[in-house]
Design a protein around this ligand. Structure first.
Ligand SMILES: [Zn+2]
Length: 421
């Protein structure tokens, strides 16, 4: 893939005459044409002068040698005109040929590579048309979660209406996301007050995560101290850190204070410039926003990641497995065999699989389902119902566990449900 990107870039750069991607190859055609036009103008001026000189009252006064020179001058102008036209024609044609060759080469070497994979061929098990409403809702949720602070939302009611009109979102969650977006928006504008107020209100609730909220508060005060440093007011910074910020924020944070805040304070107090304060402040802002969003979503019991995002991510990861399967299938001439599950395993990263526990029956090597649930035996080994029925031959009093020497009976088996805590 990276090789493809490299060759893609190399070929793409050839459309330009320089590395800054400002001047395309066609610029040369323009230059040549401009040059030709200037030549024509010059020749026109020469000719005009020549016509003036060819008036009988001027011409007739010339001697033979001068007349000869006059004639030669006219021939020269015509020669120059021809030459200029030929030159222009030649260079423009040459340049256009070069451009079209380059464009063809780009198509051949690069664009065709992109056509090697027909993405539509992957689309089997089509999404039913009647579920499009749910898809729209998922898109709305995604927009709410990730892009709310970049929308034109002046006041809350207007925002609500806007989201309803444009994205069809009527869910109560939109209110919560609008509030969240407003606070993120404030933070980005350099205003930490609304976020601090939210933190304080949240801390008074019993179920809240006090450790995380106090971390967030600490970061918010650090951010606003940096803003004061930026405004060049060390007294304000000192006042803010000592008077306004509540003590509980700084408890057990001596190391962070010494590392993050003290150098700024000291430099600011003795009037030394802080060079990378812009990037440090951006970093701090990002930290505050991500901490806040995480705590906000947890407090309001709304998703931190949009479901759509996780689904698309899983889909992207699955492509490679699908393509591999397809290639093997074409070589082996086997058909798509299963209806209930994909005929190949997709390995997803842990954070995309820690939702539902999957149990494979150790006897039958099949995944347990609602129709074929897992059962525990008296010895605490777990097998699927289908395997159990076969072993017990539909209810024989005792039978042996396939994994240990213990005997077990139907009456001592229990249905199992796995829960990820
Ligand atoms: Zn056992």
């Amino acid at each position: 893939m990276s090789e493809l990107l490299d060759s893609f870039e190399t070929e793409f750069f050839k459309f330009y005459t320089d590395n800054t991607l400002e001047e395309t190859n066609l610029q040369k055609c323009l230059d040549h044409t401009h040059e030709f036009k200037n030549h024509l103008k010059k020749l026109k001026a020469h000719l005009n002068k020549h016509i003036q000189e060819s008036k009988p009252e001027v011409y007739n006064n010339l001697n033979d040698k001068e007349k000869q020179k006059f004639k030669r001058k006219r021939e020269l102008i015509i020669e120059k005109l021809n030459k200029s036209q030929k030159q222009w024609d030649h260079s423009v044609k040459k340049q256009i040929k070069h451009v079209s060759q380059q464009s063809n080469r780009f198509n051949k070497t690069s664009l065709n590579k992109l056509k090697e994979f027909d993405i539509d061929s992957v689309y089997v098990n089509k999404l039913p048309k009647e579920t499009m409403e749910n898809v729209d809702e998922a898109i709305g949720y995604h927009i709410l979660r990730y892009s709310i602070d970049s929308m034109p939302l002046e006041n809350k009611d207007e925002a609500f209406k806007y989201l309803k009109d444009v994205y069809g979102i009527t869910n109560k969650e939109s209110t919560e996301f609008i509030d969240m977006g407003q606070i993120v928006h404030d933070l980005k504008k350099g205003n930490t007050d609304s976020c601090l107020t939210w933190c304080s209100n949240e801390i008074s609730s019993l179920s809240s995560n006090h450790v995380a909220l106090s971390s967030l508060k600490f970061e918010l005060y650090t951010l606003s101290a940096m803003q004061s440093v930026m405004r060049g007011n060390p007294v304000e910074v000192y006042h803010q850190m000592t008077q306004q910020a509540p003590l509980d924020c700084f408890k057990h944070r001596e190391k962070e204070l010494i590392r993050n805040v003290v150098p700024f304070l000291t430099k600011s107090l003795i009037g030394q410039p802080i060079h990378d304060i812009d990037s440090k402040m951006n970093e701090e802002l990002k930290k505050c926003i991500s901490l806040f969003v995480k705590e906000y979503c947890a407090a309001k019991h709304i998703f931190f990641n949009s479901p759509l995002f996780l689904i698309v991510l899983s889909g992207l990861i699955s492509f490679q497995f699908f393509i591999k399967y397809k290639t093997i299938r074409e070589l082996a001439h086997v058909d798509w065999t299963t209806k209930d599950e994909l005929p190949f395993d997709v390995k997803l990263p842990d954070f995309l699989t820690h939702f539902h526990p999957i149990f494979i029956c150790p006897v039958l090597k099949e995944e347990t389902t609602t129709e074929n649930p897992p059962y525990s035996l008296a010895c605490h080994h777990v097998i699927s119902k289908k395997a159990l029925d076969r072993l017990s031959k539909n209810g024989t009093i005792t039978f042996k566990c396939p994994y240990c020497p213990m005997n077990t009976s139907m009456s001592s088996t229990k249905k199992v449900r796995f829960v990820m805590l």
